[in-house]
Design a protein around this ligand. Structure first.
Ligand code: GLN
Length: 307
């Protein structure tokens, strides 16, 4: 199948859509992004890259960074991480605080805000914020094979100025003893992770290790077992209270961010990134999901489809 043609077709189709969802408006740097942006990039197992639309324009990856933070934290403390964060879908909004009360400050999973804040705190167990941010930047650059990836400081600053819910989450977990470090340092680091700016091309390249059993171009990043487990978490928890519907419609591990990006993995087959800034009610890219649905329907890449 001609994947380049397919992603071009999908882009042409979706560019005509009038129903795009709502662009995130909680911080000015996201609110000013043009809603008609659309990009898609697919890296196949043979290394070939297929792009269309605004695939080379960097956007704020936001919660997609939770995948890279989790990978680093597992590398740092291994399965001990699971003493402090769960592995169950939350069925709640990305920034929900309600479950923390009955679950004694243990977040449901690493892909909601509360979980990613704990993951960040774990990384800060042996690093200063500056070092942890540097480690993250080096990691995504290595995964993508691209040293031009940057953190958008204006996004990090705006998150800091408006992040009252995240402050509440971090302080609440601190009260339960599940955030160990200084709350301001933990949040400052978390906001810098969210402020990573990457294009679809860079993101799809960075997802290759999840496609290829933990390897990138033959180099081992994580074990095959760990890559499979991260994929499992992306499938069950990667889209907040919309994760079930994402699995139903697309059938692939995926992680979204409020910047409108989605990183999606077809194990052994493809690493895919899509970007369309308009969001659905759960804060996931509306057209991004449509694009993935069209891609999977045409290719049969769902993990639930017999090969
Ligand atoms: N920076 C955002 C927040 O912490 C990330 C949320 C998201 O992408 N869903 O609220």
């Amino acid at each position: 199948m001609d994947i380049t043609q397919l992603v071009q077709d999908i882009t042409a189709r979706l560019r005509q859509e009038s129903e795009r969802g709502q662009v995130a408006d909680y911080i000015p740097p996201l609110a000013c992004i043009a809603p008609d942006k659309f990009g898609i990039a697919v890296v196949l197992d043979d290394g070939s890259l297929h792009c269309a639309g605004d695939a080379d324009e960097p956007f704020s990856i936001q919660s997609i960074s939770k995948v890279f933070a989790l990978t680093l934290a597992l590398g740092s403390v291994g399965d001990q991480l699971w003493n402090r964060v769960g592995r169950e879908p939350s069925g709640s909004a990305f920034n929900s605080i309600v479950q923390l009360e009955s679950e004694h400050g243990i977040p449901r999973n690493p892909f909601i805000n509360a979980g990613a804040i704990v993951v960040t705190d774990v990384l800060l167990g042996h690093l200063e914020p500056r070092e942890a941010i540097g480690q993250m930047l080096r990691f995504v650059r290595e995964l993508a094979g691209d040293d031009t990836i940057l953190i958008d400081e204006s996004v990090a600053r705006a998150e800091q100025e408006t992040g009252f819910t995240n402050m509440a989450l971090a302080n609440y977990m601190r009260a339960f003893g599940n955030v160990h470090g200084d709350v301001a340092k933990v949040l400052g680091t978390y906001f810098h992770f969210c402020a990573l700016a990457m294009s679809c091309r860079q993101l799809a390249m960075a997802g290759r290790f999840l496609m290829d059993e933990g390897r990138v171009e033959g180099r081992r990043i994580v074990t095959g077992r760990r890559a499979r487990r991260i994929n499992a978490l992306m499938m069950s928890c990667g889209h907040y209270d919309n994760s079930g519907d994402f699995a139903y419609r697309i059938g692939l591990p995926g992680k979204s961010g409020v910047g409108g990006g989605i990183l999606c993995v077809a194990p052994g087959v493809a690493s895919i990134a899509v970007w369309s800034p308009g969001l659905n009610a759960s804060g996931n890219s509306h057209l991004g999901q449509r694009a993935l649905e069209m891609l999977v329907q045409r290719t049969g890449w769902s993990v639930f489809e017999a090969r």
